[in-house]
Design a protein around this ligand. Structure first.
Ligand SMILES: Cc1ncc(COP(=O)(O)O)c(C=O)c1O
Length: 484
């Protein structure tokens, strides 16, 4: 195969190769199961660098059009068996939750989930991080990074993070539609620290804060610790219910709206451009700060709109991101984008907590970004996650009762399953645990720790483990429904 490339074109050469192969697949000239030319032979025939071909194949893999077989090369994939959009029936009850005091359950859940990882044979559908891969790459990249930082390891560093890393993150965000400069960025110990810093800065004890209901349980822990009062605005398939949001902004005058606009934890919903603009307009009208947590950025299978922060003209939005979900949680590198008068006070608070993020971790992330390995790693991850998500959707269709419904996320790690109200969730989760399957009980994600019957399932596993665990859960749910 010889692919004509136009070196004077504004389009990168690897994208030209991708487009050409995609057209060959879509037209049927390349059939499912057919092998693509080896990286070396395509690089030679097209007169490009091998890395360019690897990039093109990685993007095709991320798009689900081809897949790699260990040691054998790349092959054209079968068209997806499931048309995912057709199976999403997410229509939960629209009940606002007011919680003046919350339980302290996040720690219990977190520790149970981390301990379960050490448990031989346990399939942990409660986890919130990507499929582990690329350990050898990490070792190689870490060695290179250590050489480069050298003696700076023996010094203290800037509280807002190394300039090179901030420049690289700024470039990454510009590609995602958010124009920022390194001077707007603060590097933090994971995004959890960024969330804590922001909440303790913007919110006082007793203030009302709006969250999506359900929401990321880590934020509920922080708000509870601060004695903030929480309004849980129900999620719809399009995001937070904006009509109810306006009513509660008007009546309660909250200080802050916390939102996960892309690949929401726990439902996996991504909001549209219109929803983002409307949410920001409401925040402006009621002079309410917005904390936009984009922990799953980069894990989308299809393009997503630019963040809410990209629309922010009045420094109302603080944006938070992390490398935990794309690289690894253990590296503990997150960041926040803060514009205007709030930047300096937040840097001072960061300094108060821990001087700065580990120089080693910053250097490793920086090397991932500089070497282009980050992009390749994500492409690989997306292809694995897409297969796993589809495996979970197929298993749910097959094993779960008709009364259950679930979201169909366009990426990320989770989907959210709504279950009949006559099930006893703690009993079900306990029974699942006895069968070596750990699930996240939906109650953890509601501000009053109740909400409706649901569970968050992580598809960040190999398809075989997904099939096995979902068949166990399906059987247990059906048995429980028969008993009730
Ligand atoms: C929505 C959301 N925000 C923030 C975090 C915290 O991630 P980290 O501190 O590892 O960056 C998580 C982790 O699960 C999350 O799901």
């Amino acid at each position: 195969m010889r692919i004509p490339v136009d070196r004077s074109s504004a389009q990168a050469v690897y994208l030209q190769i991708r487009d050409r192969i995609r057209r060959l697949i879509e037209s049927g000239a390349l059939q499912p199961g057919e092998q693509l030319p080896s990286i070396r032979s395509l690089a030679e025939s097209t007169k490009v660098n091998k890395l360019t071909v690897i990039e093109a194949y990685s993007v095709l893999e991320a798009d689900g059009l081809v897949h790699a077989r260990q040691g054998a090369g790349y092959f054209v994939s079968q068209p997806s068996i499931i048309s995912p959009q057709s199976t999403s029936h997410f229509a939960p009850p629209q009940k606002v939750i007011l919680a003046e005091q919350q339980g302290k359950s996040f720690s219990d859940f977190y520790i149970a989930s981390v301990s379960a990882q050490q448990h031989e044979g346990m399939i942990n559908l409660g986890i919130g991080f990507p499929i582990a891969s690329g350990l050898e790459d990490l070792q190689r990249i870490a060695r290179r990074a250590m050489k480069q930082v050298g003696s700076t390891l023996f010094n203290y560093d800037l509280p807002h993070g190394q300039l090179t890393l901030r420049q690289q993150i700024a470039r990454l965000l510009v590609q995602r539609g958010l124009e920022v400069t390194p001077e707007n960025l603060i590097v933090t110990n994971g995004s959890k620290q960024a969330l804590s810093l922001a909440i303790y800065y913007y919110v006082q004890p007793g203030d009302w804060v709006i969250v999506e209901s359900p929401t990321y349980h880590g934020i509920l822990q922080i708000l509870s610790n601060l004695n903030a009062r929480v309004i849980g605005i129900p999620m719809t398939a399009e995001g937070m219910n904006l009509e109810l949001l306006e009513q509660y902004l008007h009546t309660y005058r909250p200080k802050l709206i916390y939102t996960v606009s892309t690949l929401h934890n726990p439902t996996g919903v991504t909001t549209s451009q219109t929803h983002r603009a409307s949410l920001l307009r409401l925040a402006e009208r009621y002079e309410c700060m917005v904390l936009e947590d984009n922990a799953y950025e980069g894990l989308n299978f299809e393009p997503v709109p630019p963040p809410i922060k990209a629309l922010d003209q009045h420094d109302l939005v603080t944006y938070i991101g992390t490398f935990s979900k794309t690289l690894m949680p253990g590296i503990r590198v997150g960041y926040m984008v803060v514009t205007g008068q709030h930047y300096q006070p937040l840097v001072e608070r960061k300094l108060l907590h821990d001087y700065h993020v580990s120089t080693v971790s910053q250097a490793i992330v920086s090397e991932y970004l500089a070497s282009g390995h980050y992009r390749r790693h994500i492409a690989h991850l997306l292809s694995k996650h897409q297969q796993s998500r589809n495996a979970m959707l197929r298993a749910l269709e097959h094993y779960f009762p008709a009364e259950a419904s679930w979201t169909v996320p366009n990426g990320g790690i989770f989907l959210w399953v709504q279950l009949p109200s006559n099930l006893c969730m703690p009993t079900l989760c306990q029974e699942a645990l006895l069968h070596n399957v750990l699930v996240a009980d939906g109650t953890w994600f509601f501000p009053d720790l109740q909400g409706y019957n649901a569970m968050r399932l992580s598809f960040s596993h190999e398809p075989e483990a997904i099939e096995q665990s979902i068949s166990v859960l399906g059987r247990l749910i059906k048995q429980a429904l028969q008993r009730s």
